[in-house]
Unconditional design. Structure first.
Length: 160
């Protein structure tokens, strides 16, 4: 005598379970579509968008040139993220459409100017922002995913 289930019982269980899964109702989605965060901002005019994109790309090229120029001098390359954070801020704002007020366009231009100023200073081997007081924006490369991340420090005047 065999201790196995008869095949007609196994086949019957298969038919019953497959019939239970059929329904006339549409499937309920398991994941609700979440709203985009942050929301899409204001529409930039074509000229403003084009100008910001050109300036952002120019800063990106300057960063690439610094990377090549200082490839043999790692002590200078460690300051590159302090410039890259400015490029990333504007690049992502353009890419993800996260301008919410017209006044943010001026702030964006100031970010690009600061990034370009730092790039010119680093090209000369100078890093004056490392001795600045007040709110100082810096950057680092994440060890988790090699992304450039910003951070800010408030340096009191007594330190310099």
């Amino acid at each position: 005598m065999s201790s196995r289930f008869p095949t007609h019982i196994i086949a019957g269980l298969g038919l019953v379970t497959s019939a239970l899964g059929q329904t006339d109702k549409p499937a309920i989605p398991l994941v609700v579509e979440a709203p985009r965060v942050p929301a899409i901002g204001i529409e930039l005019t074509g000229d403003v968008r084009t100008q910001l994109r050109k300036q952002t790309d120019a800063l990106g090229l300057a960063i690439d040139a610094l990377t090549r120029r200082h490839a043999g001098t790692p002590p200078l390359l460690r300051y590159l993220p302090d410039i890259q954070v400015y490029h990333k801020a504007v690049d992502w704002a353009l890419m993800h459409q996260i301008f919410f007020k017209e006044s943010e366009i001026k702030i964006t231009e100031e970010l690009l100017a600061e990034g370009n100023e730092r790039a010119m200073q680093l090209a000369k081997g100078k890093m004056p922002w490392t001795r600045a007081t007040g709110l100082v924006v810096r950057g680092y490369v994440s060890r988790l995913d090699d992304s450039v991340q910003p951070y800010g420090l408030v340096i009191p005047p007594s330190v310099s």
